[in-house]
Design a protein around this ligand. Sequence first.
Ligand SMILES: C[S@@+](CC[C@H](N)C(=O)[O-])C[C@H]1O[C@@H](n2cnc3c(N)ncnc32)[C@H](O)[C@@H]1O
Length: 272
Amino acid sequence: MVGFHLPARIYFNASFESLGFGVYDDFTLPGLDRMLWFFSFNWMQGRELCLHGKLLFYLEEIMDTHSVVSAYRRYAGIYDVIFGPVLEPGRRRMIERMACKPAESVLEIGVGTGLSLGHYPAATKITGIDISSDMLAKAAIRVKRAGLDNVSLMHMDAQQLAFDDDSFDKVAVMYVASVVPDPDAMMQEIRRVCRPGGDIYVVNHFSQKGHGLHWLENLAAPFAKLIGFRPLFPLADFVALTGLPLLETMPVNAFGYWKLLHLRNQPIGTEN
Ligand SMILES: C[S@@+](CC[C@H](N)C(=O)[O-])C[C@H]1O[C@@H](n2cnc3c(N)ncnc32)[C@H](O)[C@@H]1O
């Protein structure tokens, strides 16, 4: 097994016997079988391309902050048209479920162009942060036009929040979990700044093996940096990394393909 790393951040782990190059002494397939071997490749977990069950390449896109900022610089002008209506039911459902009270303070992570901001009750104090100044500039225009005096916007990295511990009652994370380079670091920061027993809501697309569209997730996986999110993002892995009790999961948006999660900021096993 040989591994090497291309500049495009495609990791190849090529097993030469799988390629049929005859580097192994015991490679004795007749010509026709060799052709079949060559062409009958398949995706296994979504990241590995296999030939007859043998690993051929391993593809993994590593998101980084630079690529996220570049992707959302490209999206900023068209984001509302492409991702506005299609993801709107999830935004609205989350804010309904949050049932914010006037005295509560809410942190919205990755607020983007601020599409959700008008849905919160006007008396609830909302702090929206984002790493993309291009997206935030659009949000600022929206806040000003709608006169949303309850909203403050800040340029900040979700993986390193500049807030004190226990600063917020509730945290909203809309379509961000599969975008941040390090969702684990983001969740640790969210746990820190959310008060103990506070509520954390996440809406995201989670990849599902066996789903009719899983082939598309596999196909898009090597282009995560270009498209600005990680298409392969299993729900169970995400919930496990939060280390928090999951109180509720509900399908949202078209075909229920996205999931809305309600987590509680307290140790697992202590929820009521
Ligand atoms: C798919 S958009 C979602 C925007 C908005 N929440 C919505 O509902 O449309 C993802 C947003 O997350 C932001 N983001 C990605 N990584 C981030 C990070 N590390 N810290 C803060 N924001 C981040 C992006 O800049 C982008 O605005």
